[in-house]
Structures are given as structure tokens and as C-alpha cells.
Design a protein around this ligand. Structure first.
Ligand code: S3P
Length: 178
């Protein structure tokens, strides 16, 4: 009898999208270990190339510049395969990014409620977009704009009340069924 592989056969990139605080980085690292793949974080890639933190890029060069850095990096990454890609929450704002990522990857939306986003991020200072007097309102507003964009993913997985391992295992199951 042929033993059924417990590994998804695809060489396509596994692309994690979703709002800040969805757990894309931790889940991405978990998946990369399980799948023996390289993990690439778009935020870390940009910080390395720029030699400065995301907050500094926003402050010194503005959001539009940061979005251009994302677009350039996605153009490179989407030419590769066998990666796990942990995308910054705003990657989906640019249609070109979504189209490029879809060409060589499987998009997975990590879904999180606004309440949980707030609870997970309220003590963090490294999210320039939430550095406002009313972060809860801002989270809701950004989510309203972005949910339809995140829903372009092939799969979505709820993350509220789950550990990164649980979310990662659900993703592995989805990929095996493919
Ligand atoms: C952003 C999300 C951040 C980072 C930047 C902008 C966004 O990444 O790219 O602060 O627009 O949602 P995470 O989703 O990894 O926090």
C-alpha cells in the first residue's frame, strides 16, 4: 500500500495575509518548520533593505514610500517558489501585489476580530498606523476597508482564541485536502 504523504505536494508559495495582530509571523514560522521551507517576512525584508525600522520609514519617508518598497519586494518574491511569505497587513491594498502573489502562491487569510486585534496590539508601539488617539476606531475603519481585499484569498482561517500552532495545523490540513 502506498503511504499517503502528510506533506502538501505543492511547490507554490504559502502566502499569509491578514490584519496586524493576526499572528502571521508566528504562524508563518511554525509552517516553515513543518514544511521545511524558507520563511520570508515582507516587513523584515524591507527593514533589512532600508536599514531602518518600519516606524522610521513611515516617519521619515511616508506611507507611500513604504508601499512602494512592498511592491518591489513582492515583485521579487513572487518569482520564487517553496516559500512561506508573511505579508504586512497592507499588502492587499495594491492590486498588483495580490495578482503577483496569486500567480505563484496560495493566499491564506488569517481572520481576526477587531476586539482581538486591539487586545493583542494595545501595548505595542511598532505599528505606525495605530499610533492614533483612538486605535480601536482606527482598527475598525481599516478592517472595514480591507476585509473585502483579504477575502480574495483561496482560504480563510479564524484565529480568535487559537494558538499559532492550531492555526498552522488548520492550514496544513487545508493544503493536504487540495
Ligand atoms: C501595516 C502592517 C504592518 C506593517 C506596517 C503597515 C498595515 O505589518 O507592514 O506597519 O498597513 O496593516 P503587520 O501586519 O505584520 O503588523
Amino acid at each position: 500500500m502506498v503511504k499517503k504523504s502528510s506533506h502538501p505536494q505543492t511547490t507554490k508559495n504559502i502566502v499569509l495575509i491578514g490584519f496586524m495582530g493576526a499572528g502571521k509571523s508566528v504562524t508563518g514560522k511554525y509552517l516553515a518548520v513543518k514544511l521545511k521551507r524558507e520563511i520570508v517576512s515582507t516587513d523584515e525584508g524591507i527593514e533589512r533593505k532600508e536599514g531602518r525600522a518600519i516606524t522610521a520609514i513611515f516617519q521619515e519617508s511616508g506611507e507611500a514610500y513604504f508601499r512602494k518598497c512592498e511592491e518591489d519586494l513582492i515583485a521579487d518574491l513572487s518569482r520564487r517558489e517553496n516559500l512561506v511569505i508573511d505579508c504586512g497587513g497592507g499588502i492587499v491594498l495594491n492590486k498588483k501585489n495580490v495578482a503577483r502573489l496569486k500567480k505563484t502562491g496560495i493566499l491564506i487569510y488569517l481572520k481576526t476580530s477587531p476586539e482581538v486585534v486591539y487586545q493583542r496590539l494595545k501595548h505595542q508601539i511598532n505599528r505606525p498606523l495605530l499610533n492614533t488617539p483612538n486605535p480601536q476606531q482606527r482598527i475598525q475603519q481599516l478592517l472595514d476597508e480591507r476585509i473585502p481585499l483579504y477575502q480574495q484569498a483561496a482560504y480563510s482561517v479564524d484565529t480568535d482564541g487559537k494558538t499559532a500552532e492550531q492555526v498552522g495545523d488548520e492550514i496544513l490540513q487545508l493544503l493536504l485536502k487540495k
